[in-house]
Every structure is written in C-alpha cells, then in structure tokens.
Design a protein around this ligand. Structure first.
Ligand code: HEM
Length: 208
C-alpha cells in the first residue's frame, strides 16, 4: 500500500499550507482553520467507524482509541472559545471529502482506504507536525493540539505495526482487481485531503 501511494504522499506533504504552518508563519486562528476542517472530516470518519464496528472486514480497523472527535472539540474550544461551533463551517473541499467518506461506508476496502490515509498519517507525519507546533508556536497538550496526542494507544510504533499487519492480512484476501481499486481509493483520499489543505492556503493568503 505504502509503495503504491508514496508519490501521492509526497504531494500531500509538500502542500503549501503545511509549509506555511511549519515555517511558523500562521496565526492561531489560521491554524484553527485546519483544526476545524479536521473536525468535520473526523465526525464523518469516526461516525462511519462506529457504524462498522461489528463488520467482519472493516471492523478489524475500528479502534475507539483512535476517534478524534473529542480531542478536536477540546482543541476548537481552546482556539475559538466556548462558542466555537458558531465560528466554524466545512469548506467546499471538506464537504467533498466528507461526502466521499460517507459514500464508501458500504464498501469495506474504500472505508479502510480513507481510514489508513488519515490515521496512519496522523500517527506518522502528524507526530512530526505536533512536535513542530510545540517547538515553533509553543502549543502543548491542552493548548489546541490534543488531536495529535494518542495517549490511549500506548506505543505508537507497536500500534502502527499491528495496523500494517491487519492491512497485509486484508490484502491477502483481495483479488488483484479489488486491490487495485483500493489503491485507487487511497490515491483519491490523498487527493481529497490535499485539496482541503490547498483551499486553506487560499483562505490564509486571501486574508493576508
Ligand atoms: C508536514 C507534512 C507531513 C510530513 C512531514 C509527513 C511525514 C511522514 C513520514 C516521515 C512518514 C513515514 C513514517 C513511517 O514510516 O513510520 C509518513 C507516513 C504517512 N503519512 Fe505523512 N507526512 C506529512 C503529511 C501527510 C498528509 C497531509 C497525509 C494525508 C492526509 C499523510 C499521510 C501519511 C500516511 C497514510 C502515512 C503512512 C504510510 C505507511 O507507512 O503506509 N501525511 N508521513
């Protein structure tokens, strides 16, 4: 999976909004714009996960410890205050991503494709982003970055290995056509997530 989609990862990683964020050039509210878009995406992803918890195939990827909604609610309330719900709305790209996550809820491999792209990313590059946010902006736990903390998982490398083992097991059960279809969905997931960041960059640049 990683080999087939790492080129798509490179495009996501080099997206301009993240570069601005990592360079320390964004305000707290400009960072909050991304947190808000994450919130809508994870309400969808966590919601589909809950619905699929007992599914024989997709259920192997449902880990309540991964759910991000509560952490994102805390982050948004830190950044925007108690009326945060009135201050945020999903962007056009986020609405497209959310629609796709909901569309694949009845296709286990499609769901796993989106799950993998988000959560394994949050557990990998996301941890690097967390350290940079802490270093550059001074945001620590309870300070708007709880999204990046996965304390309930214990050792992240161990969890990631277990997750990859489950992906490999799933891969063995798929025929070539379904495997290709799943890889196409991961590529689409990268693209849709990258478009969310591109739109955020546009918002930030237009405001500047
Ligand atoms: C500053 C931006 C980013 C950096 C520095 C970064 C860095 C990394 C690194 C170093 C890994 C490999 C970790 C490992 O093998 O254990 C990784 C994995 C991953 N990243 Fe990112 N990343 C970034 C943005 C993103 C974005 C925007 C997405 C998608 C929305 C994403 C999705 C993933 C996924 C799914 C993996 C797991 C690949 C695998 O092991 O199968 N990353 N990232």
């Amino acid at each position: 999976m990683k080999n087939a989609t790492w080129g798509d990862h490179q495009s996501a990683e080099s997206e301009g909004y993240l570069s601005e964020l990592m360079a320390g050039r964004l305000t707290e509210h400009e960072y909050g714009e991304m947190v808000a878009q994450h919130y809508f995406a994870y309400v969808a992803l966590d919601g589909v996960s809950r619905a699929l918890a007992d599914h024989p195939v997709a259920g192997a990827f449902v880990f309540p410890e991964l759910y991000r909604e509560p952490a994102l609610e805390r982050d948004l309330s830190t950044i925007y205050g108690p009326s945060w719900r009135d201050r945020i709305s999903p962007s056009k790209s986020t609405r497209t991503l959310v629609a796709r996550i909901q569309q694949v809820a009845d296709w286990p491999c499609g769901y796993v494709a989106h799950h993998y792209t988000r959560y394994l990313g949050d557990l990998s590059g996301g941890q690097f982003i967390r350290m940079e946010l802490q270093k550059i902006y001074g945001y620590g736990k309870g300070g708007g970055v709880d999204f990046y903390f996965f304390d309930e998982l214990g050792s992240l490398p161990r969890f990631k290995n277990e997750y990859r083992a489950r992906l490999d097991t799933l891969g063995l059960d798929l025929d070539e056509r379904e495997r290709r279809r799943m890889i196409r969905e991961v590529k689409l997931a990268y693209q849709l997530n990258t478009e969310v960041l591109t739109e955020l960059l546009h918002v930030v640049r237009t405001a500047a």
